[in-house]
Ligand binder design. Structure first.
Ligand code: ANZ
Ligand code: ZN
Length: 804
């Protein structure tokens, strides 16, 4: 029979499903298979967004980690490999608007199609735990988590300048603005002041940095998070302000203690208080409060105001990087350097940003590049100096009452409201009398109302504002007419806790029960893409820490290990895109070669964290390998044969068991394939030199193949080797280390001067022992046909010739 994957793959997928092979039981005491107690392992991959079709990226992301999951399973772990759908979000809404189809219908159709495609992968997905973020049973708990955070003061409302996409008419998180443009549609983003719901992620800034020490994550991911949070340690220092046209002493600037009065002051944030003796001027951002407060002292106000207006038109990016610096002096006032007591000028300049630190700096042109550039342009003094002892400076500043240590962070609170339809409604009610009131927990979920127009309202309010009946409710506190919150949540909220739900997906009373969560979490290993280095991973860590602070979970880090995968490019080495016509459709590849080939090809591409161009010859090569495997196993004859392997075969097989296992264990899936290929080469060679493999060897071989090519291994296991039960319930073979330690040598065995076999033996073995090994060899027995050799010629450690 020829290898025909389309005949066997679907069949086994169904069989696995019917037999619930991959549904991992929740442990409760002893109801796990023997040996699996205490070995729960939830292997996590990033649940997909249901865009419609599974692409090569999905295959790479799911089919390769599946190899690892299967390996763990064979090593006695109770592995759950869950999958679900991150199904709220903008594309569904855009598709709905374009094609006049409800976002729910569009999304559900996609989920259905992708489920089918996912099943064709032959992965050990634990479908019993499937979650989908758009189902009310799921988003009820997304809303519930929001309420817990709200009650704990970790969710709040604030007016902020928000990134606003004029085309999508929605607010965007900083992360969704790429090069000043909307990540989704490419429109230039503008700043708009509106009231927004925020999560107080900044209250965990330090923990989010410090707790990473314990995590087994790629350094690049840790660094990305650290930079994102951007902790700077330094000081806040107050510089007293005086009028420049009056003599200092006329302004009675000092207290009796000799310290400066601080009624008027400008507070700067600096990471280098030790350079304060070189601070020769101050610079404030155009947005700085100080300017407004000091307005009455500023003599050139119209000029300053004009500068501010012009600066407001620039994006943050235009104000930084490489642009020529501009600024205007605030005339009529001076600051006092509190260490030198000397008056210094104050400038407004847009290279200082309004929302970082205090929005005001001390300029040290001798030590800071930007300040030097500015000082040179405007002829401001540059004072060369040697930095002071930091500790002493801080003590002096504290004594003078002008300085304190201060950590500063780049991280902002998480802006989570979206003026969109297709998301989880924020479960709040606004009452004219009581303000914002939470929806009572027993009234959750707040279901999305039916709507047929998903465009935002013209005032930028969420489309939900159009659902009149849904909108109008009674205030839960005073009973007067009130309105529901019309914003929905950022989809990153949905995906920040899905792994918790996997532990207890059907729970109706809790988002997940503590003991169930304790079964599976923290997640021992999370495979995913480097594009989630900051947002998703940071948000999930925040939510976990918030839940921990509310005693709702017992750990504060959700993912103990993390491994990133690379990206699969088109055959031309470019990012796959429809417009470039370089998209490889995995469904087509599966139809042509079979899922096992496609899986193994992905594994074989190279180290898992790198990027690769699709290579059609490469797929074909893997298919040929599997054809050879298929044909080779057909040699298997008799299960009951008592055939014993030659020592050489044993050595070859046990080396492979060790090698394939070690490679998979260390996520080196590609070298695991090489080891399998090498093994097949050697077995083919041995088999063609008249060796017969023992039944055991075939079994071992298939077990090594099983994580990579689960369908083929299952088929051959059942139909050729005639075994009952699934090969995927077998244990990973044990390596006979004693065979490997021995470092044996190969001795050629001749019969009447012709090479007929080899035997493996320890160096220095005696003639009689070699003779014994040779006579026991099945190939040799055939040639001797029962005869005793008349003469034996032995060349030590090299060759034995039996003459009959
Ligand atoms: C004096 C000084 C001397 C500074 C020196 C640096 C080097 P990071 O590490 O990024 O936190 N700074 C403070 N607030 C700013 C703002 N809103 N816009 C632009 N620049 C600002 O950088 C902190 C340093 O960046 C601060 O320390 C301040 O300049 C500047 F040799 O103060 B430094
Ligand atoms: Zn009320």
């Amino acid at each position: 029979m020829k290898y025909n994957p389309s005949k066997i793959e679907r069949k086994w997928q169904r069989w696995w499903e019917t037999n619930k092979l991959y549904e991992a039981p929740d442990f409760s005491g002893g109801n796990l298979p023997a040996g699996r107690q205490g070995k729960n392992f939830m292997l996590l991959v990033e649940f997909p967004y249901p865009s419609g079709d599974l692409h090569t990226g999905h295959w790479y992301a799911f089919a390769v980690p599946d190899i690892y999951g299967r390996y763990l399973r064979m090593n006695g772990y109770n592995v759950s490999y869950p999958i679900g759908f991150d199904a709220f979000g903008l594309p569904a809404e855009n598709a709905a608007i374009q094609r006049n189809i409800h976002p729910r219908d569009w999304t559900k159709k996609n989920i259905k199609n992708m489920t089918k495609q996912l099943k064709s992968m032959g992965a050990m997905f634990d479908w019993s735990r499937q979650v989908s973020t758009i189902e009310p049973e799921y988003y009820k708990w997304t809303q519930w988590i929001f309420l817990q955070l709200y009650k704990a003061g970790l969710a709040y409302r604030a007016k902020t300048a928000a990134n606003w996409c004029p085309k999508d008419k929605t607010v965007l998180a900083n992360e969704q603005v790429v090069d000043g443009k909307c990540e989704r549609c490419g429109t230039q983003v503008v700043q708009k002041e509106i009231e927004q719901w925020m999560f107080k992620i900044t209250s965990f800034s330090d923990r989010l940095i410090d707790d990473m020490k314990e995590l087994d994550w790629p350094e690049s991911t840790k660094k990305a998070q650290e930079n994102w949070i951007g902790r700077s340690e330094g000081a806040k220092i107050k510089f007293p302000i005086i009028s420049s046209h009056l003599p200092i002493n006329d302004q009675l600037p000092k207290l009796e203690t000799g310290n400066w009065k601080l009624e008027n002051n400008i507070e700067v944030f600096t990471t280098r208080p030790d350079t304060i003796y070189g601070a020769t001027f101050l610079v404030v951002a155009p947005e700085s409060e100080a300017i407004k407060n000091l307005k009455f002292k500023i003599k050139n106000w119209p000029e300053v105001q004009a500068y501010i207006e012009q600066a407001n038109k620039k994006t943050e990016l235009q104000r930084q990087e490489g642009r020529e610096k501009t600024g205007v002096e605030l005339k009529g006032l001076n600051a006092i350097n509190p260490m030198t007591d000397e008056p210094i000028p104050v400038w407004v300049a847009d290279y200082v940003l309004g929302h970082y630190g205090t929005g005001q700096i001390m300029a040290v042109p001798a030590h800071d590049e930007r300040d030097r550039e500015f000082a040179e342009k405007y002829n401001l003094p540059i004072k060369e100096m040697v930095p002071e002892d930091m500790k002493k400076i801080m003590e002096a500043l504290k004594e003078k009452g002008v300085g304190e240590s201060k950590k500063n962070y780049r991280l902002h609170d998480w802006l989570l409201s979206r003026q969109r339809y297709w998301g989880a409604p924020i479960p709040m009610i606004h009452c004219a009398e009581c303000g914002y009131v939470p929806v009572p927990e027993d009234k959750l979920p707040v279901k999305l109302p039916a709507l047929d127009n998903f465009l935002p309202a013209d005032d930028g309010r969420s489309p939900l504002a159009k659902a009149e009946k849904w909108l109008k409710v009674k205030c839960p506190e005073c009973g007067k007419p009130a309105e529901r919150e019309t914003d929905t949540m950022d989809t990153f909220v949905d995906s920040s806790w899905y792994y918790l739900r996997y532990a207890d997906p059907k729970n109706k009373d809790e988002f997940a029960s503590k003991p169930m969560v304790a079964n599976w979490l923290p997640i021992p290993l999370y495979f995913g893409g480097a594009e989630h280095n900051t947002m998703h991973l940071l948000y999930s860590r925040f939510i976990t820490k918030a839940l921990r602070s509310l005693n709702l979970v017992d750990f504060s880090e959700p993912f103990l290990s993390r491994r990133n995968h690379g990206i699969i490019m088109g055959p031309d080495g470019q990012k796959m895109s429809k417009s470039k016509g370089n998209v490889v459709d995995p469904d087509e590849q599966v139809a042509k070669y079979g899922a096992d080939t496609v899986r193994m090809y992905f594994a074989f591409m190279g180290p898992y964290d790198q990027n690769y161009a699709w290579n059609f010859d490469g797929v074909l090569g893997v298919r040929r390998f599997l054809d050879r495997v298929w044909n080779f196993v057909q040699r298997f004859e008799d299960k009951k044969s008592s055939e014993v392997n030659s020592s050489e075969i044993n050595l070859v097989i046990h080396r492979a068991i060790k090698e394939v296992g070690e490679q998979i264990k260390h996520h080196k899936f590609n070298t695991g394939v090489s080891a399998l290929m090498k093994l097949l080469n050697e077995l083919e060679r041995l088999a063609s030199s008249n060796y017969k493999l023992s039944p055991i060897s075939y079994q071992l071989f298939l077990k090594l193949l099983a994580p990579y090519a689960p369908h083929m291994a299952e088929e051959l296991w059942a139909s050729v080797l005639i075994n009952e039960g699934s090969i995927h319930n077998q244990g990973w073979p044990e390596v006979d280390e004693s065979l490997l330690d021995a470092q044996e040598i190969k001795i050629i065995v001749q019969v009447n001067g012709k090479v007929r076999a080899t035997v493996m033996a320890k160096p220095g073995i005696s003639e009689s022992e070699v003779r014994y090994l040779a006579m026991a060899d099945s190939a040799i027995q055939k040639y001797l046909a029962g005869a005793e050799p008349k003469k034996v010629i032995y060349v030590k450690d090299k060759l034995i010739n039996l003459v009959v």
